[in-house]
Design a protein around this ligand. Structure first.
Ligand code: ZN
Ligand code: ZN
Length: 322
């Protein structure tokens, strides 16, 4: 598997081992479960420590990249530092009132790392994210199973709605903050639900983080779900995270899905949910949906795929239109 070049890679960037409070899995076990879940990479994000950084080398391989990271659990929200140096621990002993979070984001950025606002609408003490998103590279709009009755489960629907609402204004300002999805696994059987599927030049920390930073990614409930989202104008074709120069002409957004029988597809722009369609119920739920628009009507297009009943199966970052 050496020399894995440009392609789509599946990864879970929020994973805890026994070195985090509540974690039950050894790094070895996490690596086994990551491979079984169809992942190509994971990020080790213990709570405020780097205790496992030295152990991952023997569990990683050409088929499984391990990105070194940390979950920085501050008093007023948690964030993921991804792509830190071996042994690097980012300070967590502050809250929004202290005005110092930017300094710590800079520290991670200077080393080439990425900062992600974690589970912004988690309902427990200190879990709700109270910092402005400014300075963060991505938002974890999907953390763990999409919805459940567990009182500590992140409110993914609220996080997604907030992110979707901000996109139009962010794109107008010339930048937007990609969405990502991670499991926040602490227990057996949790890793990979959900995970982020990233277009990267190769399977390396720098290439994967560059793909996440650029929003060349979509979020999958599991490796059973496949999505291809391409937006075209004439001969031009752009994938998720890209910008299509349509020169005012007609634009076709085309979504292919596999693995969501009887699923509901929706297309979203700054005008909200603009198109819905159903996937076939037979077999593994393979279907294609097309929707036509123009840059005048839509500054961006993104898609969601839900199971019957509303549970999310996959969602994409936007393609922007000019
Ligand atoms: Zn957390
Ligand atoms: Zn966590």
């Amino acid at each position: 598997m050496a020399g894995r070049g440009s392609g789509w890679y599946r990864g879970d960037c929020h994973v805890h081992s026994v070195c985090s409070h509540g974690g039950e899995l050894t790094p070895e076990r996490l690596a086994v479960e990551a491979r079984a879940a169809g992942l190509d990479f994971l990020a080790a994000t213990e709570h405020n420590n780097a205790d496992t950084h030295g152990t991952w080398g023997r569990h990683a391989g050409d088929d499984l990249l391990v990105v070194l990271g940390q979950e920085v659990t501050t008093r007023t929200g948690h964030w993921l530092a991804l792509g830190v140096r071996p042994g690097q621990v980012v300070d967590w002993r502050y809250g929004v009132r202290d005005g110092v979070v930017g300094r710590h984001l800079d520290e991670v950025h200077r080393g080439g790392g990425l900062c992600v606002a974690a589970h912004p609408h988690a309902p427990y003490d200190s879990g709700t994210f109270l910092y402005p998103y400014q300075g963060f590279d991505a938002v974890e709009v999907w953390n763990g199973p999409w919805s459940s009755d567990l009182p500590w489960q992140a409110d993914n629907e609220a996080a997604l709605a907030e992110w979707g609402r901000s996109l139009g204004a962010e794109i107008r300002r010339g930048g937007w903050r990609p969405a990502m999805g991670n499991s926040d696994a602490h227990l057996p059987g949790q890793i990979g639900v959900p995970h982020t599927v990233v277009r990267a030049e190769e399977l390396s920390t720098d290439a994967v983080l560059a793909g996440i930073r650029a929003g060349r990614s979509w979020i999958a409930e599991s490796a059973a779900v496949e999505l291809s989202f391409v937006v075209s104008a004439g001969a031009q074709r752009v994938g998720v995270g890209g910008q299509l120069e349509s020169r005012g002409g007609p634009v076709v957004a085309r979504l292919g899905v596999r693995g969501v029988p009887s699923g509901a597809v929706s297309f979203h722009t700054e005008r909200g949910k603009v198109h819905v369609a159903s996937l076939p119920g037979a077999g593994v739920g393979v279907g294609t949906v097309e929707w036509r628009t123009s840059a005048r009507e839509s500054a961006f297009v993104r898609v969601e795929v839900r199971h019957p009943g509303g549970r999310m199966a996959a969602l994409s970052n936007p393609v922007t239109l000019r």
